[in-house]
Design a protein around this ligand. Structure first.
Ligand code: SF4
Ligand code: SF4
Length: 89
């Protein structure tokens, strides 16, 4: 079930210390826990808000926040659907 998504979220598991911040702050439950580390469980739901990147203490997450989020918000406003930067749903 490998979908192509247009968001810019990049997660590097080797840098994760399992502090849990990313799945606490993410508004769309993109991250979950796996063996004491973060795991991307819902990547297509990412709206590129940047909260995970800001709160990750080890820079294990990068995301190009700003343009994608604004675009998702506009699309959501026009369609009446949940904001998402991915067109694969
Ligand atoms: S950028 Fe925002 S929506 Fe995307 S994974 Fe991070 S916290 Fe969740
Ligand atoms: S915020 Fe960073 S270090 Fe903490 S669980 Fe998420 S990826 Fe790992």
């Amino acid at each position: 079930m490998n979908k192509e998504c247009i968001n810019t979220l990049v997660y590097i598991p080797e840098l994760c210390i399992g502090c849990e911040m990313c799945w606490i702050v993410c508004p769309h439950n993109v991250f979950g826990a796996n063996n004491g580390k973060a795991e991307v469980i819902n990547g297509e739901a990412c709206i590129e808000c940047g909260a995970c990147q800001i709160n990750c203490p080890t820079a294990a997450i990068t995301v190009n926040s700003g343009a994608g989020c604004a675009s998702a918000m506009m699309k959501a406003a026009l369609t009446g659907r949940e904001p998402s930067c991915c067109d694969c749903k």
